[in-house]
Design a protein. Structure first.
Length: 302
């Protein structure tokens, strides 16, 4: 006797499920590439050490960086003076820790100001083009042909040298590079299909600029912003070295400038703040290179 026929259902003949491919988001891929870069990780570690020491150090030490702690020209690794003293007898380690906070804050805020100015003006120039671009480009060219350090010195000299005036002076002389990069990115994106689609559905210029184009133009701008911090720190140290900073606030540039006449007899008072500036800028440069490798699709494929 034959067995009864069993109806064949669609589920019975359904093909086996195929494994789904998980597509990694661009942000996760960039983060993974960044974390695989040994130089970038080394830069993060160095910068974290500098930032933690500069921020937490003054709370731990709780000392006056301008106080006389020992005899002048005390060499490093002496009792009571790990890194020695300067020509006045001020402890170099204490001044180094306190000077880091002022230097990093001025550099970070000056870079933020320059990025804000550069992105704003560059976005308008690149998006609108025409007369707007021509006017803004002439402004950029004016600031580019000016000697940046000399112009910043004039700005600081016209007002009382304070962290605020130094920050503003640096911010208004280093923004053209970011502006040109932003202008080029907005020129590249403004006529692409997805921007035209937003314009076709009635999106306003403000939405297209800041919510459509800017997020897509961020990768190179992030790299530029990171590198701007290092440039601003060097600029701040240069102004302090020339005496164009708040004399009542310790900074690395002020330490170098004050001890420069005694560099042969008190080399440590110049060397250690110089090394601090070098390590900080090197760490920021390594991070910037790592961001460039991670956010640039062409470099990511290598």
């Amino acid at each position: 006797m034959s067995s009864p026929l069993v109806p064949v259902t669609a589920a019975a003949v359904a093909a086996p499920e195929r494994p789904t491919l998980k597509v990694e988001s661009p942000g996760a891929e960039a983060l993974r590439m960044f974390l695989r870069n040994p130089s970038a990780i080394a830069g993060i570690v160095l910068l974290l050490i500098v930032v933690i020491v500069s921020i937490a150090g003054p709370w731990v030490l709780d000392a006056d960086p301008f106080a006389i702690s020992a005899a002048p020209f005390t060499p490093p690794f002496s009792a009571g003076a790990w890194l020695g003293t300067d020509y006045l007898g001020r402890d170099v380690f204490t001044t180094l820790v306190y000077g880091g906070r002022a230097t990093l804050l001025v550099g970070a805020f000056a870079a933020a100001l320059s990025v804000l100015i550069g992105i704003t003006l560059g976005a308008f120039a690149g998006y609108y083009g025409g007369k707007v671009d021509a006017i803004l480009m002439r402004i950029m060219e004016f600031f580019q042909v000016l000697p940046a350090l000399l112009f910043a010195m004039v700005v600081v000299s016209l007002f009382t040298p304070t962290p605020v005036t130094v920050t503003i002076a640096i911010g208004i002389v280093i923004w053209p590079g970011t502006a040109r990069l932003t202008r080029a990115e907005f020129f590249r994106f403004r006529n692409l299909e997805f921007v035209r689609a937003e314009r076709a559905i009635g999106a306003g210029n403000a939405r297209i600029m800041w919510k459509v184009i800017l997020p897509n133009a961020l990768p190179p701008l992030i790299v530029s912003s990171a590198l701007a911090i290092g440039g601003a720190i060097l600029f701040a140290a240069g102004l302090s070295f020339l005496g164009l900073s708040d004399p009542n606030q310790m900074s690395w540039g002020l330490m170098i400038g004050a001890s420069q006449p005694y560099v042969l007899s008190c080399w440590w008072a110049v060397t250690f703040p110089g090394l601090a500036i070098f390590i900080t800028v090197l760490a920021i440069s390594l991070i910037g290179d790592g961001l460039n490798d991670a956010l640039n699709p062409k470099l990511r494929e290598r």
